[in-house]
Design a protein around this ligand. Structure first.
Ligand code: B12
Ligand code: SF4
Ligand code: SF4
Length: 383
């Protein structure tokens, strides 16, 4: 009898938290007891094969990533939440293609504030100071797996957590809680069936097997996480993607009816509509801070965004852009950017531009830029 009463209390508490989470702007919240995640082996294998590229932080705290109770000792329950950020388009008027999740304000700040409010609500409901730890993309935890075991959706062949009726344009966040809230989990069935659209559409072949991304080929990694040069052989495949990539989500039938987020903090910033990729090459630090203040795009830093812009111009620009590229080649302080600008000139220029590159090579000391200049000169010779 007492046990039944306790279960009823837990259910009541779960319902109250889920309602409050919705009120705060989360799409949905679910609850799962803290236990070890079943995909530890899959994760270790992924790392062993080096598929994380230069994201060495993913090698750290491995036992914690697969076990919320180890991540935060004392954790007994996890509330997992989804936030819808879906925007209608990724390709904007002036030609910037930006992954939808980065169109508005940095999601970390907004979700963090909401989770703090939810944690305060849980304290108030339980009447005790329960230990809570909110996290969104910030803690060493396999968040997709957590969301899956919490019954919030299935992991699609594109590795995204997909929820029927909501799609995959969602952020996953969680609050680890020091009390037992019980669980009522019904795992969502895998609904990909025989579909392979995401595997077929990925521009770089980064989905090497269902649910397995080789980050080293993924445009999201190449344009956001990678700090150094984008491998030359992959640059043409990056196409017009300035920051991140949504291709494997765009082709997914489960996103066809995905609702657009009405949260104004996710809305596309109007300034992005007015910029062309080549305009970014003129940005100095002040302009960068002005345009990307409180944006998730700052993760790539100014030099990363300029590097990406040079690649996009090289892939989609015109002969008329070469003068501005040559200007950037002589004024740009970052070797990383100069090297990619040289590559873009090699893609767009003509034999007549070769002597300008030769002149640049005389003054250039950085080995990376010198190698890109030589490559570009070689390309232009044949034209
Ligand atoms: C590193 C990272 C990346 C890397 C690597 C991506 C990858 N697929 O691993 C890069 C930079 C490429 C990346 C890209 C993107 N990312 Co990212 N990323 C992360 C991060 C920080 C860690 C993920 C990780 O550990 N990857 C390692 C792999 C092995 O783990 P995993 O993909 O989670 O895979 C697990 C499950 O798929 C499951 N699984 C695999 N196979 C099977 C089979 C079965 C049968 C079962 C049951 C389970 C299962 O087990 C795997 C291992 O445990 C998470 C945040 C976090 N802390 O989790 C965000 C996160 C995964 N990213 C996110 C987003 C939004 C993106 C992008 C869409 C951004 C963009 N538009 O450019 C792309 C999508 C690319 C893609 N198709 O995956 C969201 C995903 C939300 C969602 N609804 O799924 C997360 C959760 C951030 C967040 N808090 O919202 N990302
Ligand atoms: S985000 Fe783009 S590059 Fe990465 S796996 Fe998906 S489609 Fe491929
Ligand atoms: S595109 Fe098809 S295979 Fe890929 S995640 Fe969506 S339903 Fe699954």
């Amino acid at each position: 009898m007492v046990r039944q009463q306790r279960e009823e209390e837990k259910r009541g508490l779960r319902e109250a938290i889920a309602v409050e989470a919705k009120r705060l702007g989360f799409e949905v919240a679910s609850f799962v007891s803290a236990h070890k995640l079943p995909t530890e082996r899959a994760y270790q294998e992924w790392l062993r094969e080096g598929r994380h590229g230069s994201m060495h932080y993913l090698e750290k705290y491995q036992p914690l990533r697969v076990d919320p109770a180890k991540m935060e000792p004392g954790t007994r329950s996890v509330v997992v939440m989804l936030t819808n950020y879906h925007q209608p388009l990724d390709l904007l008027e002036g030609g910037l293609r930006i992954a939808r999740y980065a169109h508005g304000d940095d999601y970390h700040d907004q979700i963090w504030d909401r989770m703090r409010e939810l944690a305060a609500f849980i304290h108030a409901e339980t009447g005790t100071e329960v230990a809570t730890r909110p996290a969104v993309d910030t803690a060493p935890l396999l968040e997709r797996d957590l969301a899956r075991v919490a019954g919030l959706g299935w992991v699609g062949k594109n590795a995204m957590l997909i929820r029927q009726g909501l799609g995959s344009y969602t952020f996953i966040s969680e609050i680890l809680i020091g009390i037992d809230l019980g669980e009522e989990v019904e795992e969502a069935p895998q609904r990909c069936g025989s579909c392979t659209r995401c595997l077929d559409a990925c521009p770089t072949g980064a989905i090497v097997a269902p649910r397995m991304i080789d980050a080293r080929r993924c445009i999201s990694y190449l344009t956001i996480e990678l700090r150094g040069p984008i491998p030359r052989r992959l640059r043409p495949l990056v196409g017009d993607h300035l920051f991140g990539c949504d291709v494997c989500q765009e082709v997914c039938p489960w996103n066809r009816a995905a609702p657009i987020s009405d949260d104004k903090s996710h809305k596309t910033r109007p300034v992005y509509q007015q910029l062309r990729p080549i305009d970014l090459l003129d940005f100095d630090h002040d302009r960068y801070v002005e345009v990307f203040r409180k944006s998730a795009m700052k993760r790539a830093k100014l030099r990363g965004l300029k590097r990406n812009a040079a690649v996009v111009v090289g892939n989609t620009g015109r002969l008329g852009d070469v003068d501005r590229l040559l200007e950037a080649l002589s004024t740009e302080p970052e070797p990383l950017v100069r090297g990619h600008v040289a590559w873009a000139i090699g893609r767009l220029g003509t034999r007549d531009h070769r002597f300008r590159l030769e002149r640049a090579l005389v003054d250039e000391e950085e080995p990376f830029v010198r190698s890109e200049l030589s490559w570009a000169m070689e390309e232009l010779t044949g034209r």
